[in-house]
Design a protein around this ligand. Sequence first.
Ligand SMILES: *[C@@H]1O[C@H](CO)[C@@H](O)[C@H](O)[C@H]1NC(C)=O
Ligand SMILES: *[C@@H]1O[C@H](CO)[C@@H](O)[C@H](O)[C@H]1NC(C)=O
Ligand SMILES: *[C@@H]1O[C@H](CO)[C@@H](O)[C@H](O)[C@H]1NC(C)=O
Length: 332
Amino acid sequence: MFSASVLALLLLSGSSANAHTYIWGVFVNGVDQGTFRGIRTPAYNAAPNAGGYANSPVKDLGSIDLRCNVLGDIQAPDTIKVQPGDNLTFDWHHDYRNDTDEIIAFSHHGPSLIYISPDPPTENSFVKLWHEGLYESLPHPQPGKWSTTSNIAKNFGHMNVRIPKDLKAGFYLIRAEMIGLHEGDASYAVNPRRGAQFYPDCVQIEVTGDGTIELPEGVSFPGAYNYSDPGIVYDIYCSTETKTRSTGPCTTTYEIPGPTVWSGAWAETTAVSLEPVTDTTTASAWSTWIKNSVVTSATFSDRKTITVVGTSTYSAKWSTTYQTPAPATKRW
Ligand SMILES: *[C@@H]1O[C@H](CO)[C@@H](O)[C@H](O)[C@H]1NC(C)=O
Ligand SMILES: *[C@@H]1O[C@H](CO)[C@@H](O)[C@H](O)[C@H]1NC(C)=O
Ligand SMILES: *[C@@H]1O[C@H](CO)[C@@H](O)[C@H](O)[C@H]1NC(C)=O
């Protein structure tokens, strides 16, 4: 069983972190809840790499990692309390939590999506609250304006969602996601070197109040996405005008993957003004890597020398009943 000791090893002191995009903080009605608080920060899902640059995306649509990323079954020690109608802002970053961060690599054009599920998820429990895809086409060879690069990255990593009106009190997971389609013209199932890149990240919330609305049936992760979905194998560079390729004419519209947005979600998602972040804006480099279910714990004294401390095998163990998170330990 994967234990808290591995979690403690996830983020150790060292040189600055390098990773793909993930959530660094959550604002509730504009107030920051603290860096990494309530967030199931993903592990590095690749081979050990000096300097920690190894946070590969999830690409296998059949993998449990598509649910809440690698180590997504492991709870954060804290849960964010919210009420129906609260405005949440997820603060996505790449290298550090401030306004000079690039958020997500500029080439990673694609949609952004937000789901909610009771915690823990069950079969078909993820309900879509919001999504945004291609919102403006530009002349070829430009890729058009996409949610990840032209909205979220341009807005300092801020992704907004509002807790559904009258939502019943309880523990929920919010699954927020960005998808990079820059190599999405090929299916990962056909060519594992390419394929759409998924960056899911889950936030633990507790909804309070006396709401009565229960979530409807939703979708499962894995399960909700398929390589046959038009929004998953999609050529973003062929999306902006009627151009013919050897494989046929280009599609100029984009269909966001997954189900439709639930009618109980707020029709409009508004940005609220945010108070400054007073918590830490840097993360320590990862010291735990996961590749092909092998966990390697290592230390590195500089960006070149790795000392492997030990290895173990990891398989996600999602509980079917709610477990109170283990008490907070300092993770950064
Ligand atoms: C995609 O759909 C096909 C046909 O229903 C199914 O066999 C396959 O397992 C699905 N793939 C994933 C990744 O869910
Ligand atoms: C959330 O944002 C909406 C739209 O700006 C606003 O009307 C509402 O009062 C906000 N909710 C809270 C709890 O502040
Ligand atoms: C953001 O943080 C980085 C790393 O600590 C630093 O180099 C940069 O100057 C900071 N930018 C701002 C605007 O604070």
